[in-house]
Design a protein around this ligand. Structure first.
Ligand code: ADP
Length: 210
């Protein structure tokens, strides 16, 4: 149904805290990212942006409320159409896999994408520990730009990149987003970045009732 398809990725009345006696970090949070929309999520450090990002990507389950993808819970099997890119690429790779295996786990990116991301062919034969954080991050971004990805959750993804690489990576990402009509949640403390790459900016503090 076209109507359902356009529902996008939704957090509905989401509440979350770490541990049974922790204070509520998120309460009554409602946020929808529609296909093709790039939503910037801003707010001071510690206000729960990364926590909400992980919940939307299905890495944490909300204690209250729900996350819906096109009106249904996230699929538990197969390739997840909602993919997350972290601030620290090291935490997202298996150090015992060579880069070629990591990159081509879900699909095989073409030469054009590798070139646009500034990925050298020779790096494919290396172990993750043999790349800089910025080089590794570019692999991880290319890895999630496959045709089955519909939503990207980006948590401070360009912090470790130099300014020129940052611009190049965002340009490639935005081109892929336009081409595939990706919905994106862009967690950032940089209002300048949010204004540059997002179609809409949401302050977590304004939508959080905790
Ligand atoms: P932000 O991304 O806005 O900086 P986070 O979502 O990372 O905020 O963190 C929100 C709050 O939850 C912070 O007070 C942080 O200390 C706490 N927190 C984050 N992760 C954990 C965890 N795994 N266990 C306990 N507390 C956590």
């Amino acid at each position: 149904m076209q109507g359902d398809r356009e529902k996008g990725l939704e957090a509905r009345d989401v509440g979350f805290r770490y541990g049974k006696n922790g204070s509520w970090i998120l309460k009554g949070v409602n946020l929808t990212v529609r296909p093709g929309e790039r939503v910037g999520l801003t707010g001071p450090s510690g206000c729960g942006k990364s926590t909400l990002a992980k919940i939307l990507a299905g890495y944490e389950s909300p204690l209250e409320g729900e996350v819906l993808y096109d009106g249904s819970p996230l699929p538990e099997k197969g390739y997840c159409p909602v993919q997350m890119i972290y601030q620290n690429p090291e935490q997202a790779v298996n150090p015992r896999w060579k880069m070629e295996g990591i990159l081509c786990e879900g699909w095989t990116p073409d030469a054009e994408l590798l070139r646009d991301m500034g990925i050298e062919r020779e790096w494919l034969k290396r172990w993750p520990a043999e790349l800089s954080g910025g080089e590794l991050q570019r692999f991880l971004i290319a890895r999630v730009l496959g045709p089955e990805t519909k939503f990207l959750i980006c948590d401070e993804i360009s912090t470790m990149l130099d300014v020129i690489t940052q611009a190049q990576v965002w340009e490639t990402l935005l081109r892929a987003a336009d081409r595939q009509r990706l919905g994106m949640l862009v967690v950032t403390h940089s209002t300048a970045l949010a204004k540059r790459v997002c179609t809409r900016i949401v302050s977590l503090q304004e939508i959080n009732q905790s």
